[in-house]
Ligand binder design. Structure first.
Ligand code: BTN
Length: 254
């Protein structure tokens, strides 16, 4: 069943069999005045987009490939916080539905046993410094079998089905994501980022560990201390200096 437990999240759903990218469609809908909480979901994406210009493997019927439109009245620099709000919501939803205990790798990879099960891609429509719409793309590997993963991600990716040995209801999980996200988003708008930051750090994989942040301008190595109020990663280098990282791939030295 598809019992909706939300006020606005997922109330308007655009369901597609096959698209290039749900992000693209959601951008268009947002421009055309879609209401907050509108969702675009597809069974299959032929050109799923990942972070840093990568592709997101989105084979048919096995995952949740969706984009959610939010319209918070916030300045642009707060957008990264919403990515972290979403990551926490998805972790909670996965816990609710499967009992698995996922972890978050900054900024927004969700891992189980060190393997990636979910990616989140946040894109903005902004006017000067204000957010007009934020398009949150969520890709969750749900019912893929191991052999369904392409060679290049075979050892770094997993699915909820691989991890539980069961077939997971995608509709049920989507519903759980809507419920968790709506609740956390409203908390965030009312009480600010601090309560979210605490939750996020509780799920974070890299905090307290030695990491390398691979940024476009070079590597930053040191101990991951946590995140700032803006959701920016803080790394303490060996020389004691604390660096702020806005965008990077994180390598964790185990
Ligand atoms: C990442 O690189 O980890 C982010 C992956 C985000 C994938 C999702 S799937 C639904 C939405 N549509 C896209 O084209 N990408 C996002």
């Amino acid at each position: 069943s598809f019992g909706l437990k939300t006020e606005f999240m997922g109330r308007s759903i655009h369901y597609e069999e096959k698209v290039d990218s749900t992000q693209k469609i959601a951008h268009r809908l947002a421009t055309d005045g879609a209401v907050e909480g509108t969702v675009v979901v597809a069974e299959e994406q032929t050109l799923g987009r990942g972070r840093l210009d990568r592709r997101w493997h989105s084979p048919k019927y096995t995952g949740i490939w969706m984009s959610i439109i939010l319209k918070p009245n916030l300045p642009m620099h707060k957008a990264p916080q919403l990515t972290l709000v979403t990551a926490v919501a998805v972790v909670q939803a996965i816990e609710d539905v499967t009992g698995l205990l996922p972890q978050i790798k900054w900024p927004n990879d969700i891992l189980i046993d060190g393997k990636k099960v979910t990616g989140i891609l946040t894109e903005l429509q902004a006017d000067a410094d204000r957010i007009n719409a934020i398009i949150i793309g969520i890709g969750i590997n749900v019912n893929q079998k191991l052999e369904d993963f392409p060679e290049d991600i075979l050892h770094t990716a997993t699915s909820l089905s691989v991890e539980t040995g069961q077939v997971i209801s995608r509709a049920g999980l989507m519903q759980a994501v809507f419920a968790r996200l709506e609740k956390l988003y409203l908390t965030y708008l009312k009480d600010g980022f601090y309560p979210i930051k605490l939750l996020w750090e509780g799920y974070a994989l890299s905090i307290g560990k030695e990491i390398i942040a691979r940024t476009v301008t070079g590597d930053i190595a040191g101990k991951a201390l946590g995140i700032t109020e803006d959701g920016v990663l803080k790394i303490q280098q060996e020389d004691g200096e604390i660096r702020h990282v806005y965008s990077a791939d994180i390598i964790i030295n185990e």
